[in-house]
Design a protein around this ligand. Structure first.
Ligand code: PMV
Length: 308
């Protein structure tokens, strides 16, 4: 029987609240989902031998899965579909994305998870979806920790330790935060390599810094459960300082954290790999003034309700 795709599937994007980079080195991280950040629809082409097409206009992505195409997205998608025994020909996939690509919000995991769901169908086990997504994530990111795929497939708020089953953190009420894409590109692999280098050069400094980041995750989870935004803000400021010390911040991320604090945020930090990508801020109350401060700089902050 010819392999088929299911008509539609969606996946979450992710925001790392605490513990990025430290999670690569065995510490816990806390991440929250942005539901339905990517929706895919699949349609059968008239010619069953025509190459599979993938179009996601919001990411300026339009490609055909032809074997000679040396495009990482095409390779990742082909690997995910092959892993799921899905079709590589005869289908058109179109995507609608509400987050930017390549900004540290887990766009590649959202894509590989949604693609795996198209191939495996609505009854697939979440572990199976995550495993398929990781096949594609390895094409994009080498040896990722897996946190993006877990959040993209499971949703909610997750505490994650590399190599262990993730734990859902159920919040008594949602907590609002602001995510600001800096518009600066970055490479996760390059930022992860910086931390490896810091650990090699300055082991007695960098190791405790990684442990401090792990502690911010633990204390951050407690503050999140208690809805204690003041403490979340302070912990974000501490985490940002440590991440900057490890070399993964950038002038734009430091500047955006400063803008957030000056506009009354309880605290702010880079989120994801750093070097560019996104910053997150915990608004001390109504986020309107904070949003306006970033919009005045031509940026487009996302107001996110974590744990809804
Ligand atoms: O690619 P990003 O920006 O979502 O960052 C990934 C988070 C890291 O901890 C830096 C790497 C990883 O694999 O967990």
């Amino acid at each position: 029987m010819m392999p088929v795709l299911h008509p539609r599937a969606s996946a979450c994007a992710k925001i790392i609240l605490f513990g990025e980079h430290a999670v690569v080195h065995g510490q816990p991280a806390l991440a929250a989902a942005l539901p339905d950040a990517l929706r895919l629809e699949a349609e059968r082409l008239d010619d069953p031998r025509a190459p599979l097409t993938l179009d996601i206009p919001a990411w300026s992505l339009s490609l055909q899965l032809v074997p000679e195409l040396e495009h990482p997205v095409a390779r990742a998608c082909a690997d995910v579909l092959a892993h799921c025994d899905g079709p590589l020909q005869g289908w058109a996939i179109r995507g609608d994305a509400s987050i930017p690509a390549g900004a540290g919000l887990g766009s590649s995991a959202a894509l590989t998870v949604a693609l795996a769901k198209l191939a495996l169908g609505p009854d697939a086990a979440v572990e199976e979806i995550v495993e398929a997504s990781m096949v594609g994530e390895q094409v994009f990111h080498g040896t990722p920790s897996g946190i993006d795929s877990q959040v993209a497939a499971r949703g909610g708020v997750l505490r994650f330790v590399r190599g262990a089953a993730p734990v859902q953190v159920a919040l008594p009420r949602p907590v609002t935060l602001l995510v600001v894409p800096s518009g600066h590109a970055r490479s996760t692999a390059a930022e992860v390599a910086k931390v490896h280098l810091a650990l090699e050069r300055w082991p007695t400094l960098a190791r405790p810094m990684i442990e401090v980041l792990g502690r911010t995750t633990e204390l951050g989870e407690r503050a999140l459960l208690e809805g204690d935004v003041a403490r979340l803000g302070q912990l974000a400021d501490i985490a940002h300082g440590v991440l900057a010390g490890l070399g993964v911040s950038s002038p734009i991320l430091d500047e955006l954290c400063g803008v957030a604090r000056a506009a009354g945020a309880a605290g702010a930090k880079l989120t994801g790999a750093g070097g560019g990508g996104c910053m997150l801020a915990w608004p001390a109350g109504d986020p309107t003034a904070l949003v306006a401060a970033f919009e005045a700089r031509g940026l487009s902050p996302l107001v996110v309700e974590v744990g809804r």
